[in-house]
Ligand binder design. Sequence first.
Ligand SMILES: Cc1ncc(COP(=O)(O)O)c(C=O)c1O
Length: 321
Amino acid sequence: MSTHARMLDHVGQAVGWTPLVALDRLAAGLPARVAAKLEYFSPGASIKDRPALTVLERAEQDGLLKKGQFVVEKTSGNMGAGLAWACAVKGYKFVAVLSAGNTPERSQMIRAFGAKVVKVKQAKGGKPGLVTREDLELVEVEVQRLVKRLKAFRPDQFGNPASALAHEIGTGPEIWAQTAGKVTHFCSFVGSSGTMIGTSRALKNYSSKVKCFAVEPAQTPFLARRTIRSTQHIIQGGGYAVRPGIYDDAVVDGYLTVTDLEATRTARALASKEGIMGGFSGGANVAAALKLARDAAKGSLIVTVICDSGLKYLSTGLYAE
Ligand SMILES: Cc1ncc(COP(=O)(O)O)c(C=O)c1O
């Protein structure tokens, strides 16, 4: 079952089959069990390795991506890191376009994999570490310019069905197998929504009884169609107050919100009590999963994902002394 029991031909084969770990210390005393899939056990240390690889492979199969071609993508950093190592292995030239508001660890990582990083200045009033919809709109303008100029392939993680497919054929079936079909709930913080939509689609295919919840920042409950108090929040990688092209209401049973403080405190508790050091969105996901666990029927099993590593956030103070 595990891909790690044999020597691999290239690092792309190391994507998938991440560990699923029960969080019995954090969920002690609750009626349900909570478990998290540790996506930082991946070559680019994030959940975005899955769509990065699937999107490139599908584009190759469809003849949209040819040897030596440029690949240009808008990214909060993790899709960039995934595409960067995948392009390095496959021999494509990759340009990642990021908001200057993203943490520096991300752009350093992308450059380490041999890719080029273009940083776009934040919108007026923008704060480092708080990437907003307005910041992403500026990034989009630059991406479109570069795609045209370099005749590049654009993975388009927000609109490309392969971005959700990666989770439908990977994350979802893995969770089903790792829980022996006992998973009752899934929740996921939404950026491109690939994780939420693809995983939920797969789980609901196995059993229509599995309930799936999208997680948003408390001040930006856009997909839940509630009042937006601010588009600024600390949870990097999502909560952009946009409806991605690949979003699909049919597999979403409900919405949960998490404050910056809940995400931060839960990420810290996850590290100190469970030995799992994730990023802000991992903290948000577990905080949301614990909310579900409080109200769930006895014996429920709530699964979520730790999207990336806390090591990508050392500059933010998430784990400051
Ligand atoms: C740290 C982090 N968390 C969560 C997400 C959201 O994942 P998805 O794009 O599948 O919705 C991302 C996406 O880039 C991310 O980088």
